[in-house]
Design a protein around this ligand. Structure first.
Ligand SMILES: [Zn+2]
Ligand SMILES: [Zn+2]
Length: 263
């Protein structure tokens, strides 16, 4: 398998996953020019993308999908069957014959097996994904306010896990640009995961065999890659887990393609 984050954060999200036969994106919140450029950096042409799996309807995840589908007629967008069409803004802009409505239990794209699971977030719906191929597993869980045991069980044992590490709570609370209401929303159980919660979650996941995490959906206002990394690393150390030995911690960026993982 091969996976790489192409963009992560409130200005646009997209993660690439490849098996022997399939090439997919999780979300597409970038302009067509940007996504084309970023795919080119990993030697993939847009027309090769079999599917885009949608997590939820926020613009930073859905914004680029209509354009992508119009320009690439063999790419399908996958949306959970339980989602109401009126809960997806701009659904009419999506070519109808390129929409696949899937049941959330396992479904298949070529040689990939995919499961999706519900995440608590302030959107009309929100899901995370686990993608399996050849006894390997990649999972994505971003845009969630807390990590339930059920979510933990879905992402357990992932070879590569993209997990949200959105904000430093102190930076968020002190940020004069954010109204109290917004702060409350972000910190709520339907908001975004903090660096600290991400760290404690990872401590549980190391025991399940997670060896590589990519801290994702970092806020550009209330976080920095270095701060997210060091906070998570220090929390893991409290559990006796050593970064670089027991688990490797990487960071996903808004403005550039991240580390490519081949496994
Ligand atoms: Zn988001
Ligand atoms: Zn969101």
């Amino acid at each position: 398998m091969r996976t790489v984050n192409l963009a992560s954060g409130s200005k646009g999200n997209c993660t690439y996953i490849e098996s022997r036969e399939a090439k997919i994106l999780i979300d597409e919140g970038l302009s067509y020019t940007s996504i084309k450029q970023r795919l080119k950096q990993i030697n993939v042409e847009p027309y090769e993308i079999d599917a885009i799996l949608l997590t939820h309807e926020h613009t930073d995840h859905i914004g680029g999908i209509a354009n992508f589908l119009k320009r690439n007629k063999t790419t399908k967008v996958y949306i959970p069957l339980f989602v109401k069409t009126y809960d997806i803004p701009g659904i009419n802009a999506l070519p109808y014959n390129q929409i696949e409505w899937y049941k959330t239990s396992d479904f298949f794209i070529k040689d990939m097996t995919i499961s999706s699971f519900l995440l608590p977030h302030d959107s009309k719906f929100c899901v995370g994904y686990s993608v399996y191929f050849d006894n390997k597993k990649v999972s994505i869980a971003t845009d969630l306010g807390f990590v339930s045991d059920k979510v933990l069980s879905y992402i357990a044992g992932s070879n590569v896990l993209f997990l949200e590490s959105n904000h430093d709570e102190n930076l968020l609370l002190k940020n004069p640009k954010y109204p109290a209401k917004t702060k409350k929303r972000i910190l709520s159980n339907e908001g975004h995961l903090s660096n600290i919660t991400c760290g404690h979650t990872l401590a549980k996941l190391v025991k399940t065999g997670v060896v590589q995490v990519v801290l994702s959906h970092l806020s550009q206002e209330n976080n920095t890659p270095m701060l997210a990394y060091s906070t998570v690393k220090n929390i893991l150390a409290r559990y006796g887990i050593i970064e670089g030995k027991n688990i490797c911690v990487d960071v996903a960026y808004q403005d550039k393609v991240g580390t490519i993982f081949n496994f």
